[in-house]
Design a protein around this ligand. Structure first.
Ligand code: HXC
Length: 262
């Protein structure tokens, strides 16, 4: 499938490869319009359905991961436009339905919907020039794709309130201290780091990756006891896989595992 507002690529040498999606509206700092979000959703679904893909990396440009939803496109919309068509938010939940791990590799601005998009990924690797923020308040609106919900869970209520109410930006170092990003790397090493993380992930057994992602996400949806039970069931279930035998046999035999992905 060909896309106009994103680029797609496949990287890696192993049986499982990484799907890479680059947001590509550089003149608008990757402002997220409906067409871009449609393409992003289609690419994500296609990688998720592809047996040869083990994880996905989403990135932008050096100047902007994404500067938010497209303000010019939204400016004239009425309440009925957005409510009836579910504009803007319509495409945003696709990312959450992806079962394989998704890494956000963020350089430059990740603002508004851009920050929300990054937070929907499983983890964020940030370039040292990254800037995160929820500046929607400046436009007379509020975040609409998780900024008021995922940000407090990621960085605490105090910092989320600070960002959402003042519209100030948080640099990469502050974002790492606050727990929003998993690591900060020099901007010119961002993609290398993200691809290396993707390559490690692609070296593991896909059934265990899917289960691990489901379980960690449960930690945010369920009470502790329910989450523990969910984890235990998934843990036990993995003993039904050939890959559990292979992984443990390989460790005991001091060789590299050759996962069968089942
Ligand atoms: C549309 C945008 C845009 C956006 C930048 N541009 N952000 N267009 N929507 N979100 C366009 C500018 O209009 C400009 O186009 C070009 O990109 C370059 O931007 P500049 O402002 O000239 O660049 P700079 O001075 O470097 O400032 C960068 C910036 C600033 C700080 C990121 O662009 C900015 O504040 N952008 C808006 C950030 C924001 O408010 N995001 C939240 C959006 S609401 P021209 O044609 O003039 O060159 C949102 C809701 C989410 O995200 C809801 C999800 C469901």
């Amino acid at each position: 499938m060909s896309y106009e507002l994103i680029l797609t690529d496949v990287r890696g040498d192993g049986p499982l490869k990484a799907g890479v999606i680059t947001l590509n509206r550089p003149k608008q700092l990757n402002a997220l319009n409906d067409a871009l979000m449609d393409e992003l959703g289609a690419a994500l679904k296609s990688f998720d359905a592809d047996d040869g893909i083990g994880c996905v990396v989403i990135t932008g440009s050096e100047k902007a991961f994404a500067a938010g939803a497209d303000i010019a496109a939204m400016a004239s919309w009425s309440y009925m436009d957005v409510y009836k068509s579910d504009y803007i938010t319509r495409n945003w939940e696709t990312l959450k339905s992806v079962r394989k791990p998704v890494i956000a590799a963020v350089a430059g601005y990740a603002l508004g919907g851009g920050c929300e998009l990054a937070m929907m990924c499983d983890f964020i690797i940030a370039a040292d020039n990254a800037k995160f923020g929820q500046p929607e308040i400046k436009l007379g609106i509020i975040p609409g794709a998780g900024g008021t919900q995922r940000l407090p869970r990621a960085v605490s209520k105090a910092k989320a309130m600070d960002l959402v109410l003042t519209a100030r930006m948080m640099d990469a170092a502050e974002a790492e201290r606050a727990g929003l990003v998993s690591r900060v790397v020099p901007a010119d090493k961002l993609l290398d780091e993200a691809y290396a993380a993707a390559e490690s992930i692609c070296g593991y057994s896909l059934p265990s990756l899917l289960a691990a992602k489901e379980c960690v996400n449960r930690a945010f949806e369920a009470p502790l006891n329910e989450g523990m039970l969910f984890e235990r069931r998934a843990f036990h279930a993995l003993f039904a896989t050939e890959d559990q035998k292979e992984g443990m046999d390989a460790f005991v035999a001091k060789r590299k595992p050759a996962f069968k992905q089942q």
